[in-house]
Each structure stands twice: as structure tokens, then as C-alpha cells.
Design a protein around this ligand. Structure first.
Ligand code: XMP
Length: 511
């Protein structure tokens, strides 16, 4: 049996991050809700170790999640984090204290004692705290192994039973030696070997879906973006032609993109792919629309209509598959934040479509993990590393009314931008780069004639998470080449400008 760590979920914010930190060290981790698995099942599954996650404020809250204390005597090492640490102490008979004045949020200086969990960690380092409740006196059999100024028992252990609790969060990067602590737990305490890799994930997923989806038909909206592409190929390997991919080409894709997607998935992977050329429908609906939010809504709604009418042609479809990845799950969980833009992912599916269930094979993976899966599945490098492209496509990069002529101009200009940045070897240094067709026209001169063409704006940003972004310092020679080529090769454009605004205050896309 493959070694694996159980991340026992008590409702914390960082559960996926914990699982990811374990997987990064080549040990498989799976998350299970505390109320969906019993101690006996944990024993049967053969986990090498268990991590209790964070969770709500207090173990004494009526609605707080608790767990069967027998887990502490199951002979499996346990690491409790934050709420998980308090819960472990509480389960082992300690009292948990609470005092607003003792809250700790953010970085704290921590002192540790020599023990297996803190092997190779200096006596003093920085950890990241987020708590009001705390363990003051550890339960019997446990000793204190770390403290901060405010937290007397920042970590505790019962080395004989291999039970460890940390009040801080080792999974966040602000904890200086967090990675080492997790590594000590999984390798030195749980005795894992670290032989898990993405191939195992692929193999297990294919096997699972082959069994679960046997004889079922599954529909997937393929956009050609990384996530839906990887989900499609993975499911195709499991259920072959029973996976039907619908690719709605709204006519607002980049130059050559529609054909590329079709060729890749139809010819290369032999998938059951239906391409719907719906440019006319989209452009008809967009006639006269200039407001950015209205454009987004129109494109989003029309996408759903096209998808629905396509799905109706197949009769009964059992399941719907989506390329949701973990950050989508986190981001969509936010409550009342202001709508800056209504993001529309191609694949936004009507609420009232009847399916048995939704399958999201990549739901627990981060973007870089999805890319790794994609490469291992044989998806071309260019597609796996494709930069983000908004669901409404060029629709939000054409300022003002969208016309066929403007789409053509922008596709040509954008192709030049991509070619030159890639030719200059800058594509990895820049996170996203594209052309925008501003609605502004200006006077130019070509030969002896006056021109009055569009102004194209070049946008290139560098970012980790797209929540904030800096404009990229592209070399002047690259900018010059792009400008020369666009004004020479794209008739109808007479000026090129470079957008030097960061996010905030601007957004990455212009609309
Ligand atoms: P903004 O313009 O909000 O863009 O700063 C941040 C990132 O999100 C992408 N983006 C979208 N992606 N559907 C998507 O799937 C959308 O509607 C959408 N709008 C923006 C944008 O390209 C950038 O990477």
C-alpha cells in the first residue's frame, strides 16, 4: 500500500495548503472531513500519519467540531495545528484558555526545545500565529517544546505516543522553518519515504473515474485553457468516448486558437469534441454594446445558451465535469467583497441544468500541480503553460463596440506581441502579455500619406497571484520591434503605446 497522510479537516482555512505542503515533499496527503471518517476507518486505510487542521475559535463552542479521543491511541502519529493543537490537548484532558488580551495574529518570535519535530531548527525563529484560545498547561504525558512571548505552550509533544501539537501555522510561508517542521513530522516521525509523485495521482484518478463513471455519459465545457484541458484529458483516459467535450468558439479567441484547440483534442487525443462556431450569435448579441460589464454579462449568458442548446442535442447526460482547481474554490468562497468585474469562466454552467452530479477531478490541486499533471498526460507544453485568457476573450480587450474588423485587427496585433515576447525569451519573465485595441484613433503618416488609424496598447504584467500586478519592464528593443511590426503589418493601426499602470490602481484587463 502506498504511504499517505490524512489531513483531518476541522474547518480550517489552510487545509489545502497543509495537504500541498505534504505533497510537495512527495508524500501523498488526502483531506477528509472529521465527521466523514471514523477511527476504525482511519486504521483500515493505513495512514502513516494524521494532521489535525485548524478550525473555529474555541473547542468549547457548541458547534465546534470534536473527534473520538481513541484516535490518539491508534498508534498513528498525529500533528495538531492551531485549533487541531487545542483539540488534541482538550481530547487528552487539558483545559483550553481564552483571553482577548492573549490573542496573537501574525509573526511571533518562537523558542524551541530539542525534539524530533524541531530537528535542524534553530533555537529561535519566526512563526506565524492566528489564535485567541490557547493551551496553558499541556495534558499529562505531554511536555512543552516551544513558546513565544505570549504563548507559553506554542508547541507540545508526547514523544512516546508520537503526538505533537503546534499553536502556530507551519504550512504558511511566514513560519520560517515551517517546511522543515512538516518534513520532520512526515519523515522522521511518520517514517514516510517520499516516493509519491503526480503519476500516482493520475493513475489513482483514472482508476477511480473508470469505476465510478462506468456506463455514464459526461459532458465537459472545454475552453482550451489549462484547467479544462487537463480535466478533459484525464477523464478521457478514464472513460474514453463517454466523455463529450463541447468547445464553444465565440469568435473572440486569439488568432488561430480555435483551430489549435480542435486539432489538439480531436486529432492528437482522439477525443469526442464538438466545436460550436457561434461567432455570429455572439456578435449579433453584442451589437451596440460598449459598457464593459454589459459585454461580460452578454458573453457569459450567450455562452450558457449555446452550451445548453448543444447539450440538449445529446439527450440524457448523466454528469457534468469541470476543470475547477483549488484556488477557484477558495476565491469563490468570499462573501461580500465588491464586484470589480464579473469574471466569467468559459464553463460557467446554468444552475438549472439537471445532472446527477458534478465531477471536478482537479479540485484539490494548485495551478502548478495541474500543469505537472498536464505535462505527464502528454498535453503540449505550449498549452500547459498557456497564459491566462479571460472567458470573454478579446471582447474585453476591444474597447467600445466589438466588430469583426476590430477583432481581426486585434488578433493580428496580439499575434505580433506574443511572437516577439516569445522570440526575445521573455515569456517566462512576464506573467501575462497581450494587445488591447483602444477605441482611440490618431493621425499618422506613412510614405507621403496621412493615416488615421487605431491605437493599440501593449499590456504586460508580472505577478504571482493576479490579485496585484506590476507592469513589466520589457526591454526597449522588444517594445520597439513590437511597435514597428504592428504599425507595418496590421493595416488600420497607426500607433502603439505601452501601458505602464500596475494593479492596483488599474486591473490587468482593460475592461
Ligand atoms: P483583472 O483584469 O481582474 O484580471 O485584473 C486578473 C486575471 O484574471 C483574468 N481574467 C479573467 N479570467 N474570466 C477568466 O477566466 C474572466 O472573466 C476574466 N477577467 C479577467 C485576467 O486575464 C488576469 O489574468
Amino acid at each position: 500500500m502506498k504511504e499517505k497522510i490524512l489531513v483531518l479537516d476541522f474547518g480550517g482555512q489552510y487545509d489545502q495548503l497543509i495537504a500541498r505542503r505534504v505533497r510537495e515533499q512527495k508524500v501523498y496527503a488526502e483531506i477528509r472531513a472529521y465527521n466523514k471518517i471514523t477511527v476504525d476507518e482511519i486504521k483500515e486505510e493505513g495512514y502513516s500519519g494524521i494532521i489535525f487542521t485548524g478550525g473555529p475559535n474555541s473547542v468549547y463552542d457548541e458547534s465546534s467540531p470534536h473527534y473520538d479521543p481513541a484516535v490518539l491511541d491508534a498508534g498513528i502519529p498525529v500533528l495538531g495545528i492551531c485549533y487541531g493543537h487545542q483539540l488534541m490537548a482538550y481530547m487528552a484532558g487539558a483545559e483550553i484558555c481564552s483571553a482577548e488580551g492573549n490573542s496573537e495574529y501574525g509573526k511571533s518570535k518562537m523558542n524551541v526545545k530539542a525534539c524530533t519535530l524541531f530537528d535542524d531548527i534553530p533555537c529561535e525563529s519566526i512563526c506565524w500565529m492566528s489564535h485567541t484560545d490557547y493551551v496553558n498547561t499541556p495534558p499529562s504525558g505531554f511536555e512543552i517544546i516551544a513558546h513565544t512571548d505570549k504563548c507559553f505552550c506554542a508547541a507540545m509533544c508526547d514523544e512516546a505516543r508520537k503526538l505533537y501539537g503546534v499553536q502556530f501555522h507551519p504550512e504558511v510561508t511566514h513560519t520560517e522553518y515551517g517546511r522543515q517542521i512538516i518534513s520532520n513530522f512526515i519523515f522522521k516521525i511518520c517514517s514516510c519515504k517520499g516516493d509519491w509523485n503526480m503519476e500516482d495521482f493520475i493513475e489513482t484518478s483514472i482508476k477511480k473515474y473508470r469505476e465510478e463513471l462506468s456506463g455514464k455519459s459526461v459532458l465537459l465545457a472545454l475552453s482550451g485553457g489549462v484547467d479544462s484541458s487537463v480535466a478533459a484529458v484525464l477523464l478521457h483516459k478514464a472513460i474514453g468516448k463517454n466523455l463529450i467535450c463541447v468547445f464553444v468558439d465565440h469568435g473572440l479567441l486569439r488568432k488561430g486558437e480555435g483551430d489549435y484547440v480542435e486539432q489538439t483534442f480531436k486529432d492528437m487525443f482522439g477525443m469526442n469534441l464538438i466545436r460550436v462556431n457561434a461567432e455570429d450569435r455572439f456578435l449579433d448579441r453584442l451589437t451596440g454594446t460598449i459598457d464593459p460589464e454589459t459585454k461580460r454579462k452578454v458573453i457569459g449568458e450567450e455562452f450558457i445558451r449555446v452550451f445548453e442548446s448543444e447539450a440538449a442535442k445529446f439527450g440524457k447526460i448523466d454528469m457534468l465535469a469541470q476543470g475547477t482547481i483549488y484556488p477557484d474554490v477558495v476565491e469563490s468562497g468570499t462573501g461580500d467583497s465588491a464586484v470589480i468585474k464579473s469574471h466569467h469562466n468559459v464553463g460557467g454552467i446554468p444552475d438549472d441544468m439537471a445532472f446527477e452530479s458534478i465531477i471536478e477531478p482537479l479540485k484539490y490541486l494548485f495551478k502548478d500541480e495541474v500543469r505537472e499533471v498536464g505535462l505527464q498526460l502528454g498535453i503540449p507544453y505550449g498549452l500547459v503553460w498557456r497564459q491566462p485568457f479571460p472567458g470573454p476573450g478579446l471582447g474585453v480587450r476591444i474597447i467600445g463596440e466589438i466588430t469583426r474588423e476590430k477583432i481581426r485587427l486585434l488578433q493580428e496585433a496580439d499575434a505580433v506581441v506574443r511572437e516577439e515576447i516569445e522570440y526575445a525569451g521573455q515569456e517566462k519573465a512576464v506573467s501575462q502579455y497581450f494587445a488591447v485595441l483602444t477605441n482611440g484613433r490618431s493621425v499618422g503618416v506613412m510614405g507621403d500619406s496621412r493615416t488615421y488609424g487605431y491605437t493599440v496598447a501593449l499590456r504586460a504584467v508580472t505577478t504571482d497571484d493576479f490579485m496585484t500586478a506590476e507592469w513589466s519592464r520589457l526591454p526597449y528593443e522588444v517594445l520597439e520591434k513590437i511597435s514597428n511590426r504592428i504599425t507595418n503589418e496590421v493595416s488600420g493601426v497607426s500607433r502603439v503605446v505601452y501601458d505602464i499602470t500596475s494593479k492596483p490602481p488599474a486591473t490587468v484587463e482593460w475592461e
